[in-house]
Design a binder for this molecule. Structure first.
Ligand code: MRU
Length: 346
């Protein structure tokens, strides 16, 4: 990969600033958890697995600065840091998964001295990052088996290296198919309002020389009807026990259009995106973002001042529209409730 989404270097967290792409490749440096929380909130870093890694690294940074002389006071402050990071974005469960994993490390080592706990937290955050990259590669290999030679694949938002520790989920499948020598093409929805497709997916695929064509969201149905799209692959921010999947706003419309046009619609996500506490997608918390994301483009107003606006950042695709869920442990189809449970050994 010719860029690094996030990394731990010299006790600092370095992130590629995704608000500046594709115009500028700028790396920001964070030395405290407040900076990392702000970076997640303002989408310097975004994408479910990537914000899980960022939260874990934020906790490791925060732990370094805690002033305490015994475990109980240390843990109380660590808990406050976790809560602050947990308030940044509500939909992607990977964020909370990362936070829980870090908390468990502290809890399991409470008998150790505080500096050892700090070192273990840092090691855990770095291994979450390394594991995520391996998970994406495994997921990519499984998913590539579904991609036929010569396919044109539609994707929505950015579920790529920029949304993970590297390689990507939906784009991981596409990368793996491309690396296997399949002649594939990608159609990227621009993904209004934040334009993850136009700004990030197009940039990332062009960097890897994977053929990509940018379309506006409203064009997807027409290209499907014209027979120009062979399958759809998207990522996910949270998958309920029955397979209902939350992903970037607009994903639901794409899924319905795919079914209408008899095009397979796949969701690619790591196991850490599964939320077995929710039996279906009805209760997945949907983030509402600032209205300026809708009323302006690159700072320029495109709507009358004072107009009423809604801006949900995600929607939920019912599992009946999903042809298969691709994970690092294999592909689940049909009865998701059963299949997903089996996958994690429940
Ligand atoms: O608001 P974002 O950019 O964080 O939304 C990202 C998505 O919806 C992705 O598709 C999802 O997180 C999967 S990323 C591998």
């Amino acid at each position: 990969m010719s860029f690094k989404t996030i990394e731990w270097r010299d006790d600092k967290v370095i992130m590629l600033d995704q608000t500046k792409l594709p115009h500028e490749e700028k790396y920001n440096e964070y030395s405290d958890f407040q900076g990392v929380a702000e970076a997640i909130k303002t989408m310097v870093i975004r994408g479910a697995p990537a914000i899980g890694v960022a939260a874990a690294m934020g906790i490791a940074l925060g732990a370094k600065d805690i002033i305490a002389d015994r475990y109980e006071t240390f843990y109380a402050q660590l808990n406050n840091i976790c809560n602050a990071l947990g308030r940044t974005r509500p939909t992607a469960i990977n964020l909370f998964w990362g936070i829980e994993r870090m908390k468990k490390v502290a809890e399991a080592n409470k008998e150790k001295d505080l500096n050892s706990i700090r070192a273990l937290l840092k090691a855990e955050a770095i291994s979450i990052e390394n594991e995520d990259l391996q998970i994406c590669k495994a997921l990519g290999r499984h998913g590539a088996s579904l991609i036929k030679e010569g396919s044109t694949i539609l994707t929505h938002c950015n579920a790529g290296a920029l949304a993970t520790a590297g390689y990507g989920t939906a784009l991981g499948v596409i990368r793996a198919a491309h690396e296997a020598g399949k002649k594939i093409k990608v159609f990227a929805d621009e993904t209004r309002p934040w334009l993850q497709g136009a700004r990030l997916t197009a940039w990332e695929l062009m960097k890897d020389k994977i053929p990509v064509t940018l379309i506006t969201d409203s064009m997807a149905g027409w290209f499907m009807k014209q027979g120009e799209i062979n399958c759809v692959i998207v990522g996910a921010d949270r998958i309920a026990a029955n397979g209902d999947s939350a992903n970037k706003i607009g994903t639901y419309s794409v899924a319905v259009l795919a079914k209408e046009n008899r095009i397979p619609f796949y969701v690619a996500a790591p196991i850490s995106t599964l939320d077995f506490s929710l039996k279906n997608g009805d209760k997945i918390p949907i983030e509402e973002r600032p209205i300026q994301e809708v009323t302006t483009i690159q700072g320029k107003a495109i709507a009358p001042e004072g107009v009423k606006v809604r801006n949900p950042a995600f929607d939920v695709t019912p599992s009946k529209y999903i042809t298969g869920i691709i994970t690092e442990r294999g592909i689940v189809r049909g009865d998701y409730e059963e299949g997903l449970k089996k996958l994690v050994g429940k």
